[in-house]
Design a protein around this ligand. Sequence first.
Ligand SMILES: [Zn+2]
Ligand SMILES: [Zn+2]
Length: 416
Amino acid sequence: MKRQISAVKGTKDILPQEVGKWQNVETIAKQIFELYGYREIRTPVFEATELFEKGTGETSDIVIKEMYTFVDKGGRSLTLRPEYTPSVVRSIIDNRLYLRSHPLRFYYIGPMFRYDKPQKGRYRQFHQVDIEVFGEEDPAIDAEIVEMADYLLKKLQVLDTETLVNSVGCRKCRPSYIKELRSQAEKVKDSLCIDCQRKVVTNPLRIFDCKLETCQEVARDFHEITDFLCQDCENHFNLFCSYLDFYGLRFKVEPRLVRGIDYYTKTTFEIISSRLGAQDALLGGGRYDDMMKDFGGPDIPGIGFAAGLERIISVIPFLEKKREFIYLVHLGEEPKKAGMELSQFLRRKGIECLIEYKERNLKSQMSRANKLGAAWVLIVGEEEIRKGMYQLKNMTTGVQEERSREEIPEIIQAAS
Ligand SMILES: [Zn+2]
Ligand SMILES: [Zn+2]
């Protein structure tokens, strides 16, 4: 017996019966993003490892534990992208897109890769929709993208969501907060998990990301960043919140929302769903005003969000579109060719058409049409070819009529 090769751990096939739901979500997302002025950008699936070490951050869990990094035959260290933002920033600099008029608005839909512990709804190849805006520092854009995210989720019929917002400060004000946090965490180090003990040294902000209840309990006593924001960050945050109010969006300020990525400045936000359980964020994002400049590009602020498609798809209803296809039954060699020509004709008219190539009699072809759920059956025999009239059967009503080649598409289109 030959050994069967299975899908790689943590990956999943998206099968034909579920792909309709994916296509729905992707279509709606594209339509909405384009209404807000975004255009699609597609960058390679792998990049230089350095891009993520520098962008996502060397102290982030993603870079330390979760990257798919490999050396190619040319000796380069490459990484399958674990997130999208660094790739977009790289592409903007590479292609000098920053020379175009600002703000730049891009969206992307596609796979990301993280060597994460596989669990329900979490895969090592997962999919995100992602949007980014560059060259706009007005907090009105922060509110606009939260409003767009909210609209997207409503259109997708995602229910029971909550929007959390925070400011993580900037390079002027965050260092003093981190210093304070480190000295606080240092004192209670023994009550933290091994991971968090390391974070006390590397990046104490990360302790807030820990999923362990014991660590969260300890972190509840830590100072909140809100008290450490500089004037600029505080103004930005207050305006952002006032614009959210202006849109009539309900939100909660969550001072512990730092998100697991190093590059955020000022605004961070998440939309969570009570239907998801423990890993409850459907969508999250924030501002990253220093990233472009840190990558050797011009000093242009950025902001964006990413939404997990697997998670969204797990909480939305799906109304399957009914397939209205015609099943072509043929009897004999000449009718087979006539049938092949007729199917081509019908497909050109925009009608889905299936034709059977296995030799079968009329009865077994009819029962197969039934089993497949054909809306119509078209019968082509020698008699039909001679007359130029074909038997067309409506499988719902059972009515069978003789029709000419030209009449068939009109009848089918009129009925659907
Ligand atoms: Zn600041
Ligand atoms: Zn911990």
